[in-house]
Design a protein around this ligand. Structure first.
Ligand SMILES: *[C@@H]1O[C@H](CO)[C@@H](O)[C@H](O)[C@H]1NC(C)=O
Length: 475
């Protein structure tokens, strides 16, 4: 038999090859994950001509960010000849343990805090693409360009965190891209620190101690290239993790973090700012002219209301069950509308849900209270033209419920726009969460959801902008 096999070699080889192809094709089509990978790669390399294609994004798929990617690759700090602390003698830190495949706002906290840590350690921060969770990505899976869809950081934010310049008198090394890190810090030149080895001693430590411990480690190390890694088994491998951001321990970091150029020079990306501008007509008040002087800028008379709906109802019930406290910067005791946990009090579940998942009456009441308090504050400050009559609803709700709410709010004197009204191009659509956040950052008054990281990152930016606490409210 064996000999016969050898004698018919050319034909047998053909048969074997054909068999392998059949098995490969079958396996790829039957297994959903393999099928997905095959389709994505086919779309990318064959359908869309892969990285060789230079045209603009296709009509109904995600954006390619061709121009932005090229700009990121050619940042001026991507240059080996630059003097210390940049260039080939520079000092770098890459956080390979950064959260991926998680909601943007859970990643955003951590990205900012890691960049601040790199800054206080005198090292260049290695910025990375944002990697989406499959459920949050807005484009149909057949059109994806990557198995794990990603968005360049500079499409969402700008500033030193994403490679932008520091102030002119600040000698800090600028942040570099992940790709450039591979060039300036080849694998053999890297020192690896396993996050767990450092974190073990920091369980329940205040934020300042977590920062100081890492800062000392990164600053004192003579090694040029440091990569912070984690083991696959760890459930919270981040340097600054959820258990820190979800506890008052994080608040001790405020002084250093809020004064950092990472915070002070943080801005929306040009893509996001352009999206806000092109939709500004939606925010103009539509009522009769007020009988008193009022600001011309719609943002100065706007209340932005974060109304997280959809999957949040189940999420709120879960939070009630575990008696969750407010998230991160939402916990500041000097902000109005604090939430005081009352684990065993009768009726506490209903009170909790009222705030986490407000109904129409709750939204109307909160908007009216926020307006009354803001106007009283403005009067006390002598702001003669203070007016609050425009409302932007930051919401993922598309149902008739929102129409009923809009109608009721209009009866109450508000001119309403919602996230769903914004007209966005393909790149702006990809980063629409940041567009809403920028509107809320600029609004005169913001009402958020205290359990939400989306809200806490808006609160963070408003506090950095030195907004009065009376303009930072929670449902
Ligand atoms: C790289 O940096 C060196 C030293 O500052 C400078 O002379 C050179 O023009 C830079 N190269 C590029 C491509 O910008």
């Amino acid at each position: 038999m064996g000999l016969a096999f050898l004698r018919c070699r050319p034909r047998c080889v053909l048969i074997v090859v054909a068999l392998v192809v059949v098995i490969f094709v079958t396996a790829t089509t039957v297994h959903p994950k393999l099928r997905h990978i095959a389709r994505v790669n086919y779309n990318y390399y064959v359908g869309d001509a892969g990285p060789w294609r230079t045209g603009l994004s296709s009509q109904d798929g995600p954006p390619r960010y061709t121009a932005l990617r090229e700009w990121e690759a050619n940042l001026p700090q991507h240059n080996l000849s630059l003097p210390f602390p940049e260039g080939k003698t520079g000092r770098y830190v890459k956080f390979a343990n950064q959260a991926r495949v998680l909601g943007w706002n859970n990643c955003f906290n951590e990205v900012l805090m890691n960049a601040h840590l790199a800054y206080v350690s005198g090292r260049s921060y290695v910025f990375q693409d944002y990697v989406w969770t499959r459920e949050h990505y807005q484009w149909p899976a057949e059109t994806w360009l990557n198995v794990n869809p990603r968005t360049p950081l500079n499409a969402i934010v700008s500033g030193p965190v994403a490679g932008g310049p520091f102030e002119s008198d600040d000698p800090a090394p600028r942040a570099i891209s992940e790709d450039w890190f591979d060039t300036v810090c080849p694998l053999w030149s890297r020192t690896y620190i396993n996050v767990h080895d450092v974190k073990r001693a920091l369980v329940d430590a205040p934020g300042t101690e977590v920062l100081a411990t890492w800062q000392k480690l990164l600053r004192d190390s003579p090694d040029r290239c440091i990569e912070v890694t984690h083991s696959k088994s760890e459930s919270f491998p981040q340097t600054f993790d959820l258990s820190l951001f979800g506890s008052p321990r994080v608040l001790t970091l405020w002084d250093s973090f809020s004064q950092s150029p990472i915070s002070r020079l943080l801005d929306a990306s040009p893509i996001v700012r352009a999206a806000v501008d092109r939709n500004a007509y939606l925010f103009l008040p539509r009522g009769p002219r007020p009988p008193h002087p009022a600001p011309r800028s719609p943002f100065q008379r706007m209340l932005a209301f974060h109304l997280r709906r959809g999957d949040y109802e189940g999420h709120c019930r879960g939070l009630t069950y575990i008696n969750a406290v407010f998230y991160s910067w939402n916990m500041f005791p000097h902000l109005p509308d604090r939430f005081v946990s009352e684990p065993d009090a009768p009726g506490k579940d209903a009170r909790f849900l009222e705030r986490c998942w407000p109904d129409q009456a709750g939204v109307l009441r909160k908007a009216a209270d926020a307006r009354r308090d803001y106007m009283a504050h403005a009067a006390a400050q002598g702001m003669q033209d203070a007016t609050l009559d425009v409302m932007h609803l930051l919401t993922n709700e598309k149902s008739a419920w929102i129409d009923g709410l809009k109608h009721a709010l209009e009866q109450d004197g508000w001119s309403i726009s919602t996230s769903m009204d914004l007209v966005l191009d393909v790149e702006q659509t990809d980063v629409s969460m940041a567009v809403d956040m920028e509107i809320a950052r600029r609004a005169a008054v913001f009402v958020g959801n205290g359990w939400s990281s989306f809200t806490s990152n808006i609160v963070y930016q408003r506090l950095v902008d030195k907004r009065d606490p009376i303009t930072i409210r929670f449902s």
